[in-house]
Design a protein around this ligand. Structure first.
Ligand SMILES: [Zn+2]
Length: 464
């Protein structure tokens, strides 16, 4: 669909995304793919514009999600796993767009910039970009845990070439797969246990087993056998496997890629400094010491500490390390994960602690096994709990992201003349309920529904 030529969004409250500006009533005018003006008050609207009445709504810049997975067609995750199924990719893209996201950085890191879409994929209004983590150690870490989606093209790719071809940031250096994080809990450990015992376990049980074997920092040398006995009884595995064997199995599942992945951190930091390019790092207990050390070795690297509310941290640790990293110029990102509404595996303790400490720069979703909650639902929660003002909370996913990732989003993220026309219009009483979305001047979501042409044809084209 071509950009609607002229749109005027009237009668809404306007949050510009700069962190402070709020207009009780304002008008946002769009021409083609650009914002042409943002003004206070109620004014006459020219008859040639398509008028969107935003009464009762809050008008904000389109959300920029700079840490997501599952939205592209190349190898998935820092483990270089097989691509996500096309129907799932489409579902994730739709969910992001319908929840107000107009720009998304897929940080799996080992896909190529020409693998964002499949050749047959219909145009999607969500503007999707990729990162690159193509270094020797990151590729070796991926292959040590999986690597099933990697071809020769991926294995010989290098960061400099990928940046030339359009990658917008470096990373994600490491991931739950390669560093004993969430993907070990929801995927690899349960799969290994199922293969041996035939039994399925909940990801939280896998996490508890992992911590009893390796500790939260993955630095435990001897498993806590007494604790393992308790856990095995609790998850009814006791008749099927003993503590010694589960200890060996968990270690063998988690540890092979860990040292390689940490070495990959160094390679990404060095490249960030050399290229003056933003770099996203997996921030969790096994990596935070490396991350802090790297800020000394590579003081000019542009470091983003991804999902600093990672569930492997206790809340006071997340804050203490966050403060330490921020002092060293690192941008602190937090992710919704499944913390906000779903709460299947994670809760809000860490994100609350970091927001209340006043050290958060950006807000993303990450993946959480596909269970990620929306960014606007997290913003709504921050505002309702009076953790941040509305303009400050909105800036975490708009203006701040544009400032930290200018290569990705320097032309958007704030409602002002000349910027890309990405606008989200959400219910004033609950920003998590998105009513309309304008993406690059196109009215991509109207009244809660996507405006993509023939939905049946669209779905059929995604079957494989
Ligand atoms: Zn990560």
């Amino acid at each position: 669909m071509p950009p609607d030529s002229q749109i005027a969004i009237i009668n809404g409250s306007v949050v510009t995304g700069d962190g402070t500006t709020f207009h009780e009533k304002g008008i946002v005018r769009i021409s083609g793919t650009r914002i042409t003006s943002v003004t206070q008050g109620q004014a006459d609207v020219g008859t040639d514009a398509f008028v969107v009445d935003a009464s009762g709504c809050t008008v904000m810049p389109g959300i920029i999600n700079a840490h997501a997975h599952g939205c592209i067609c190349g190898p998935s995750m820092p483990s270089g796993s097989l691509p996500v199924q096309p129907l799932d990719v489409d579902y994730f893209r739709n969910r992001h767009l319908l929840s107000g996201t107009t720009t998304l950085l897929n940080v799996c890191g080992l896909a190529l910039p020409d693998e964002i879409d499949r050749p047959s994929t219909p145009h999607h209004p969500l503007d999707i970009h990729v990162t690159t983590a193509h270094t020797a150690s990151n590729l070796a870490a991926a292959i040590a845990i999986d690597g099933g989606g990697l071809s020769t093209r991926h294995k010989i790719a290098c960061i400099d070439d990928m940046v030339d071809k359009g990658a917008k940031a470096l990373g994600e250096a490491g991931g739950g797969q390669t560093l004993g994080g969430g993907a070990q809990d929801y995927r690899f450990i349960p799969a290994a246990i199922k293969a041996v015992t035939g039994r399925s376990i909940h990801p939280n049980a896998a996490r508890a087993l992992k911590e009893a074997v390796l500790g939260r920092y993955l630095d435990r040398r001897v498993p806590d056998l007494a604790q393992l006995d308790v856990l095995l009884a609790e998850c009814r595995l006791a008749p099927h496997i003993n503590a010694d064997d589960v200890g060996r199995l968990v270690r063998k599942t988690v540890m092979p890629p860990v040292a390689l992945s940490l070495k990959g951190f160094e390679e990404i930091a060095a490249a960030s400094e050399r290229l003056n390019f933003p770099a996203i790092f997996h921030n969790a207990t096994p990596t935070v010491a490396t991350l802090i050390r790297m800020t000394k070795t590579y003081p000019k690297a542009r470091v983003i500490a991804g999902h600093s509310n990672h569930p492997m941290f206790l809340p006071d640790e997340a804050v203490r390390f966050g403060v330490e990293l921020k002092k060293r110029g690192v941008a602190i990102d937090v992710s919704t994960l499944d913390c906000i509404e779903t709460r299947w595996r994670n809760d809000t303790a860490n994100i609350d602690a970091l927001v209340e400490a006043g050290i958060v720069d950006t807000l993303s979703t990450d993946f959480a096994g596909g269970d990620w909650d929306s960014i606007l639902s997290a913003i709504q929660r921050m505002v309702r709990k009076r953790q941040l003002t509305l303009p400050a909370a909105v800036a975490l996913a708009t203006g701040n992201v544009a400032r930290i990732f200018p290569e990705l989003a320097g032309d958007r993220g704030v409602l002002e003349k000349g910027r890309r026309a990405d606008v989200v219009i959400a219910d004033g009483h609950n920003l998590g309920r998105v009513r309309h979305v304008v993406a690059n001047g196109e009215l991509a979501v109207f009244n809660g529904a996507m405006t993509v042409g023939n939905l049946r044809e669209h779905a059929a084209s995604l079957r494989h």
